[in-house]
Write a protein that binds this ligand. Sequence first.
Ligand code: ADE
Length: 251
Amino acid sequence: MGQTIAIISALHEEQAGLLALMPGQRPERLGGREFWRGQLQGHEVIAVLSGIGKVAAATTTAVLMERFQPQQVIFTGVAGGIASGVAVGDIVVGSSYLQHDMDASPLFPRHELPGYGRSRLPADPRLLALMQQAAEEAIAWLPRQLGPATRTAFSLHSPRVHSGKIVTGDRFVATAAESRALRSELGAALAVDMESAAVAQVCHDYGVPFCAVRTISDRADDQAHVDFPAFLQQVARHYSGRMLETALNLL
Ligand code: ADE
């Protein structure tokens, strides 16, 4: 048997593609979450929905660590594109994670995690390289998987894989002004979500390798509240299953 890999998602639609690959499983309920245990590509997989936001993500990850002791943690889900050139349908593999709403100034510099001496936590380099490879493979396969109507509706003609900083906060970013502010404040941020940096912090505390992979569902602009649910309902599930199957095969 291979390793125990935990796969966290925030929402059901982000997890559906993975659970479809692990049929006949029964969840174990713990801390208000359902942990699905199954096998994929010769590995033991624990799939769990965290729910939305940093607290939900952190408590889920802590329970996961204590109960299942995974050797690797992967987060798959959607995010808002922040950097120019990061379009709906692209995949962002997070190389580092920052909480954009962390602010204990003037006691600590803005964004610094008190007690950690830094604001950004890195992805595990090996898992990052693996997820980049899996994302490239999934994105080449995807356009054939989605019908032409969906591809046109979401302009998914030549989606790309990016690797870089993901920023996290307890806020759905839904105006162009806020997105602009994040961009100017956090220069190189590629995407914004509501969980990745919280999971990264707990994984750091437990010394467990972590990487988050996010498909861009919206541009975190004035259209985000429309684009996000549409993408979630019609496209998101196609990404995660294929990417994880490829990643675990390579692991
Ligand atoms: N996840 C997906 N889209 C998002 C957005 N615009 N803001 C925060 N988290 C997101």
